[in-house]
Ligand binder design. Sequence first.
Ligand SMILES: NC(=O)c1ccc[n+]([C@@H]2O[C@H](COP(=O)([O-])OP(=O)(O)OC[C@H]3O[C@@H](n4cnc5c(N)ncnc54)[C@H](O)[C@@H]3O)[C@@H](O)[C@H]2O)c1
Ligand SMILES: O=C(O)[C@H](O)CO
Length: 386
Amino acid sequence: MAKPISIEVWNPSGKYRVISTKPMPGSRWIRLLTDQDCRVEICTEKKTILSVEDILALIGDRCDGVIGQLTEDWGEVLFCALKRAGGSAFSNMAVGYNNVDVGAATKYGIAVGNTPGVLTETTAELAASLSLAAARRIVEADQFMRAGLYDGWLPHLFVGNLLKGQTVGVIGAGRIGSAYARMMIEGFKMNLIYYDLYQATRLEKFVTAYGQFLKANGEQPVTWKRAATMEDVLREADVISLHPVLDKTTYHLINKDSLAIMKKEAILVNASRGPVIDEAALVEHLKVNPMFRVGLDVFEDEPYMKPGLADQKNAIVVPHIASASKWTREGMATLAALNVLGKIKGYPIWANPNNVEPFLDETGPAPAACPSIVNAKQLGLTASKL
Ligand SMILES: NC(=O)c1ccc[n+]([C@@H]2O[C@H](COP(=O)([O-])OP(=O)(O)OC[C@H]3O[C@@H](n4cnc5c(N)ncnc54)[C@H](O)[C@@H]3O)[C@@H](O)[C@H]2O)c1
Ligand SMILES: O=C(O)[C@H](O)CO
């Protein structure tokens, strides 16, 4: 018999049964659900990553909607079980949804929500932090101090890269990639080269205007270039940050061959998804190119790192914390809960998932809409006129 799963229950007499596979930050998301007649069950199991069997046990015989996490495998088995239990809504508490088989959800008529926008700046700030930490060798220097090795200033001690006037390369100039680019350009006066399937018009206009501002103030203007190929970015940029979605076009986008065309002293940052980089090839590259540095928030086989990565001084590694600011994580929980609530209540789909601010305003009621449903079109769900 399956082991019982520990849960915390809010509003036990609520009409709609909504499950969250993890406790989530803040309490507004719980209030938004319980105020609308939902019984909220939060899984409090100590295990970090729930298995499909664990989630099946949580769904049980009756469940209207589930808020899940990017570590879970949301495929045919779970969507079939959710449908059988009378459910119609699922939301990842994440913008990325490569852990979700959207086709399977659609087949069972289940809406799939995600949480765009609220994590854009927070994630970009972490990518910028990794870029700076790598450029100025901050983690190595910190370890050196703590080891008691500092015995006085030296001309060669932890010499790194000056960012000003260098070129920042962005692969995937969507919401987060563009926010990161703006930070590096405005903050450090770097020039931009980017590669995306689509033109990042707003970003281009920003760099042009900022360049004109600098020129008018007697400074060297910053410039931008949209690269025809990703390889052009890899060849030209001094700092490269990866921000595409993970799909079959971006799996191992950075591999042995692409690493080989990057500058020997380049900095590579990844706060998108681990499998965008062939991590074993990266470890080999780091070993033979000591001045090449990486800042990684995500890993190919999370929570594990490929053998040898942790031994590399030229790698900075953090545990998938790019969206980890209080405001963002509470906002992600709110958006995920409202996606599920909105579908259960039959609300329309918010017309602009890039502008989710009205859902995050704690002073007023949340709009009666689902903030972001990725398979809305396939399910024929109507858009909000709000
Ligand atoms: N590390 C974290 O904690 C964290 C936090 C938030 C988001 N993410 C990841 O970042 C991703 C991007 O988020 P976003 O909100 O900026 O999404 P977005 O959709 O706004 O941007 C993704 C961009 O990637 C581009 N793209 C797609 N395929 C490409 C390809 N083959 N080559 C180049 N560009 C390509 C798209 O055109 C789009 O502009 C998410 O899907 C998620 O996986 C990670
Ligand atoms: O996709 C996402 O949202 C992140 O990986 C977690 O914030």
